[in-house]
Unconditional design. Structure first.
Length: 417
């Protein structure tokens, strides 16, 4: 079977195999494949923007490639097309012919892999009601952007879904692409504390969303972004914030949520666990005796960590009904652990004045508590899984300064006498 480029007449051989089935997703009046065999057994191109990669002999693989052509048609009509995001399945009747034609080609030219992603994707941390409100909008936005960027449809659905959910359901912005995908809104989102992600992940989210913004709003004014560093995620909680977090944990609406919140605080603020270590901790990893609670951390940074005395009763109460083999956080018998901590934090409610629970800040609070208590530095590095002293040195600015009398006593060597 041959495919013919309508622009230059070049003929390219492709495998004789069925075209991708787009029916499950495209409940549209224009649901037909962009490449169709003609009477002389050639594939004709109904969309000048499409290309078949000459090095690949598979139609399905060609459709799966994210960069199959020139996006000048979309750019030429971007101002009108961006207003149709969320409406591509039911286009207004009064659209100019050129804009309507471009809009229909967006879905008609979707690769099979994109269609499959849309028909199977279910967000893990967005409620059904919230997702139903934004689903079609997110699918339309990613359908326009996916062919013109290096990101997969699955990644765009995840990142754009979370972004639009925040913008519409939390920030209260209108469900309009020309509003949501403006660079300043993206900047506000990636720097928002509720995102609860590391600085590197925030930068990745920003890059992805900005590429979507460039496709949907090519003429939007440039925005100077503030650097996204790890400094804020290292800032420990103040004593007042700690009290509010404790009230948040104790005020959960169900015993199961309260138990998880108590485990989260006691392990991160009481023993410096990273989020991944909280997820893998099991009931038998904790020893309760006359000397307190000793936690066993397994994995790449295996170590033993004594809990701070303040958090011992919390952990003991939280895992009292569990058994050996049970995970202490989340479903005790769960089969996976991906993003469970973040999903829990985003799912449970909190008041506007309450600080956002972040495991990085909780761990920083544990480290600063020990630094302020003058814990042996070598012991602290061992218990915290810290390999380089400079990682602790960043937190020294959060340690309370000594008054003049204490300063002199310390420097004379009298503080520990």
């Amino acid at each position: 079977m041959l495919w013919q480029n309508r622009k230059n007449g070049e003929e390219i051989a492709v495998a004789d195999r069925p075209l991708p089935d787009k029916e499950p997703y495209l409940s549209l009046p224009f649901r037909h494949a962009s490449l169709k065999p003609t009477a002389n057994n050639r594939l004709t191109d109904d969309d000048d923007d499409l290309r078949v990669h000459p090095a690949d002999g598979s139609v399905a693989q060609c459709f799966a490639r994210p960069c199959w052509g020139d996006s000048s048609r979309v750019r030429a009509h971007a101002a009108a097309l961006v207003l149709l995001v969320g409406l591509l399945r039911a286009l207004p009747a009064d659209l100019p012919a050129a804009v309507a034609d471009t809009a229909t080609r967006v879905h008609r030219g979707l690769p099979d892999v994109c269609v499959r992603a849309m028909t199977t994707y279910t967000p893990r941390n967005i409620s059904t009601a919230r997702w139903e409100r934004i689903q079609v909008f997110v699918e339309d936005a990613t359908a326009i952007a996916a062919p013109r960027c290096a990101y997969t449809q699955e990644r765009l659905l995840v990142i754009c879904g979370r972004f639009v959910d925040w913008a519409v359901n939390e920030a209260g912005l209108p469900l309009r692409a020309d509003v949501l995908f403006r660079p300043e809104v993206v900047a506000r989102y990636v720097s928002h504390p509720s995102l609860n992600l590391a600085a590197t992940t925030r930068r990745n989210y920003r890059a992805t969303l900005m590429r979507v913004s460039e496709v949907l709003l090519p003429d939007a004014p440039a925005t100077a972004f503030k650097p996204l560093s790890a400094k804020d995620s290292m800032r420990p909680y103040t004593p007042n914030e700690e009290v509010r977090l404790e009230n948040w944990a104790r005020g959960q609406k169900s015993p199961e949520r309260e138990r998880n919140a108590m485990v989260l605080l006691s392990l991160s603020m009481g023993a410096g666990f990273w989020a991944g270590e909280i997820l893998t901790a099991r009931h038998e990893d904790f020893l309760f005796d006359e000397d307190g609670v000793l936690a066993t951390v397994r994995g790449a940074k295996a170590r033993y960590v004594p809990l701070l005395a303040k958090w011992e009763p919390w952990l003991q109460e939280a895992i009292a009904d569990l058994h050996d083999g049970d995970f202490v956080f989340g479903d005790p018998s769960r089969q996976g652990s991906r993003n469970v901590v973040n999903e829990f934090i985003q799912r449970v409610g909190r008041t506007a004045k309450m600080p956002v629970p972040q495991t990085n800040r909780m761990r920083a609070t544990w480290l600063v508590t020990h630094l302020a208590n003058r814990t042996n530095m070598r012991a602290l590095m061992r218990a915290g899984g810290v390999e380089k002293f400079e990682n602790l040195a960043r937190l020294l600015k959060f340690v309370p300064e000594l008054d003049t009398v204490e300063y002199r006593r310390h420097l004379r060597g009298e503080a520990n006498r």
